[in-house]
Design a protein around this ligand. Structure first.
Ligand SMILES: Nc1ncnc2c1ncn2[C@@H]1O[C@H](COP(=O)(O)OP(=O)(O)OP(=O)(O)O)[C@@H](O)[C@H]1O
Length: 299
């Protein structure tokens, strides 16, 4: 047992600010006859906010799951800070400083907010934390975890809710809690899965501010999102997936004016019902509008 069992695994040495933090090559994931992910090459720039967008079923969540060790690809490799991550289990990926958020589950909803925070630290430290035989060491580690948890709850304006059940929080507050939980391990790369889903307009601005503050604190953010306003507002870089592949990349303005992106949103729905087709058309319109809006602002 090493002296400091709770210390994050050593972060890797390739931290040149100009080097991408994450690089993936030839990552393929099939479900039976369906190829959900087929990414030839993609890079996530360090210290920036990158959005991963695409129509429903494009493979975004599956790709997230693969990168973070929650699923295994059929083929492919990817590196984080220059080190191979293929085959590394999710808790070790988190220990190395790459964490992702999830929707809260029922079990977590029945725990208090502070318990959720504390659990995030222990989850990601792995079982050996709890099997440590030294009670004194435990206690001091627990104290540190609790202090960190309260400090983060304060930052995310959730301190008053510390003893409430997580299930009693609003959708937006749960999203804040998810981000706060992710920060328990002091990550370098934070991956957010649809942070705006279920968030009311009042909390949206606050959440946007928090995501931007992660970048100000030197973290890299990669997020999956359908909310095009958020994508346009805060992304430095946008990666677009459709049918498992990367179809476009660039600044928000670049991708939102890329005909391949509009096609991707419309094309997915040629054979589907009229409601889905209308939704896709509206989304494509929103992308076009958002692109136009930013051109207008810049002009
Ligand atoms: N466990 C699974 N078994 C079978 N098919 C799956 C599984 N997970 C995902 N898929 C399929 O893989 C494709 C990609 O799904 P995925 O959820 O990654 O897309 P997405 O871009 O995240 O979509 P959304 O924006 O709707 O969340 C879809 O066709 C989906 O039905």
């Amino acid at each position: 047992m090493p002296a400091d069992a709770t210390a994050p695994e050593p972060t890797q040495n390739a931290t040149d600010p100009n080097e991408p933090i994450l690089v993936a090559d030839n990552v393929v994931r099939r479900f039976g006859g369906l190829t959900a992910v087929d990414v030839d090459h993609v890079e996530v720039p360090r210290g920036k906010i990158t959005a991963l967008i695409g129509p429903n079923g494009a493979g975004k969540t599956t790709f997230f799951n693969l990168l973070t060790g929650f699923d295994q690809p059929d083929t492919g490799s990817w590196t984080y800070n220059g080190h191979d991550l293929a085959g590394v289990p999710a808790y070790k990926v988190a220990r190395r400083g790459m964490v992702r958020t999830f929707q809260l589950t029922k079990v977590l909803a029945k725990l208090s907010v502070i318990e959720n925070m504390r659990l995030a630290a222990t989850d990601q430290r792995g079982e050996r934390f709890w099997s440590a035989p030294w009670a004194a060491l435990w206690r001091s580690q627990e104290r540190e975890v609790t202090e960190r948890a309260y400090a983060l709850l304060e930052r995310f304006k959730l301190k008053e809710k510390a003893d409430d059940f997580a299930g009693s929080l609003s959708g937006g507050q749960r999203k804040l809690l998810e981000v706060a939980r992710a920060l328990m391990v002091d990550p370098e790369l934070v991956m957010l899965d649809e942070p705006m889903a279920g968030v009311n307009p009042a909390l949206k601005q606050s959440l946007l501010g928090h995501v931007k503050s992660l970048r100000e604190d030197g973290m890299t953010v990669l997020f999956v999102e359908h909310d095009m306003d958020m994508v346009r507002d805060i992304s430095d870089h946008v990666i677009v997936m459709a049918q498992g592949r990367i179809v476009s990349e660039g600044t928000p303005d670049d991708v939102m004016s890329d005909p391949k992106v509009i096609d991707a949103y419309l094309g997915e729905h040629h054979d589907t019902d009229i409601t889905e087709e209308r939704e896709a058309a509206e989304l494509a319109e929103k992308i076009a509008e958002a692109g136009g809006k930013s051109e207008h602002l810049e002009g």
